[in-house]
Design a protein around this ligand. Structure first.
Ligand code: DIG
Ligand code: MN
Ligand code: MN
Ligand code: MN
Length: 388
């Protein structure tokens, strides 16, 4: 069966199933849910864990005593329901103080406040057992782009990341950072717009080994990019530290829809990549759904949404296994191999270069070969449509 179980490692943010359904054009449609209630209900649904921004649990400006009481209650709920907290993050986008950005804001006092708030939120995440810490720069960008040199936005972000990496090391925390890209919304343009931008930025950091990415389906899809290729590049670079799964239609605002609900083919190809059924590395981290129920739903609908995300993932995993075990598929994707030729370009030598020049290659003949991809893609569609 396809029902989720903790071994599937499915997680949800408190803010996802707890989303009250407010949108830019309408008020909340659902009552707020207590974090302890969310923990109980997600456990009931078969989830493995829950993630959170600091202020999803501890209200902005709460006293130390209030914070400790809330954390104690939350820890008890986690314990009671056998749930874990694999990932934590900071809300650096909700409070008006961040209206010009957080790490990249023009006011040095705002930047300092953002870094201090992140230090406190890192402490909270570690206290709850998180091993991954996500940074999504929702307000790090512009409308009036003349407001700062865009290179300054990059420099300030690097300064914050280097400082916070040092903080984690100084505290002796076992924590890795995962950077989440988004091209726009809420800002007109957000710095580090795609996972690709983040992968380069990470290489410029002082402690790049502890920094990876947290790609989100909706965010790459908004830009019309292949999410599967972005995730593949992160995996190949050993930088896929976390992932945000959801559904999205191209060219729209960030919809954060139920996983697989919009583009089943790309969701299938993503699950196939993550599960490694096509061969190669399998992603071993949490399968996090950063998504929320339609505004039309009541609380029961929210749990339908949560179960739908997880069941769809499990169904697609079964289909990916069947697809890559299908003899006709394996025959079609069996790559042409010619060890002699491949060896020539695997590493340079003047002999190899000369041999390459001497190779008998017939481009016209090579061009005539049909690849059989129509048959291959039809087979994939037929697996997806449930007739194979
Ligand atoms: C938006 O997609 C962001 C925020 O929800 C959060 O900071 C991050 C964590 O997954 N995703
Ligand atoms: Mn999103
Ligand atoms: Mn979102
Ligand atoms: Mn996200």
């Amino acid at each position: 069966d396809f029902d989720p179980r903790p071994s599937d490692q499915f997680t949800f943010g408190l803010w996802t199933v707890g989303n009250p359904g407010r949108d830019p054009f309408g008020e909340a449609v659902r009552e707020p849910m207590a974090p302890t209630h969310i923990v109980a209900k997600l456990a009931e649904c078969g989830a493995y864990g829950v993630n959170l921004h600091d202020n999803d649990l501890v209200p902005f400006g709460a006293s130390a005593a209030e914070r400790d009481r809330i954390v104690a209650d939350f820890k008890a709920a986690l314990e009671d329901h056998g749930m874990v907290v694999p990932m934590a993050t900071t809300n650096l986008f909700g409070h008006p103080v961040f209206k010009d950005g957080a790490f990249s804001a023009n006011d040095p006092k705002v930047r300092a406040f953002a870094i201090r708030k992140t230090m406190d939120a890192i402490d909270l995440g570690v206290e709850l057992g998180a091993s991954t810490y996500v940074f999504w720069g929702g307000r790090e960008g512009t409308e009036a782009d003349a407001c700062r040199d865009p290179r300054e936005g990059i420099k300030r972000t690097r300064e914050a990341m280097n400082f916070l990496c040092e903080y984690v090391r100084d505290q002796g925390y076992d924590l890795r950072f995962a950077l989440e890209a988004k091209p726009n919304e809420p800002r007109g343009d957000i710095y580090f717009a795609t996972t690709g931008h983040m992968l380069h930025f990470i290489e410029t950091l002082d402690h790049k080994q502890m920094v990876g990415v947290n790609p989100e389906v909706a965010h790459e899809t908004m830009s019309g990019l292949s999410f599967v290729h972005g995730v593949a590049q992160a995996m190949e670079a050993g930088k896929l530290f976390h992932i945000d799964l959801n559904g999205q239609r191209i060219g729209r605002y960030d919809q954060d829809l139920r996983f697989g609900s919009e583009d089943l083919k790309q969701a299938f190809l993503l699950v196939r990549l993550l599960e490694g059924t096509l061969g190669g590395e399998r992603y071993e981290g949490p399968r996090h759904f950063d998504a929320h129920a339609y505004r039309t739903e009541d609380e029961a609908g929210v749990w339908d949404f949560a179960r739908g995300c997880m069941r769809t993932y499990n169904i697609l995993r079964a289909k990916a296994r069947a697809f890559d075990a299908d003899p006709q598929v394996r025959e079609l994707i069996a790559e042409a191999r010619d060890e002699g030729v491949q060896a020539l370009t695997r590493s340079y030598s003047s002999e190899n270069a000369a041999a390459l020049r001497g190779l008998e290659l017939d481009p016209a003949g090579l061009a005539r070969r049909g690849l059989g991809y129509e048959r291959l893609d039809q087979l994939m569609c037929e697996h997806l449509m449930g007739v194979r």
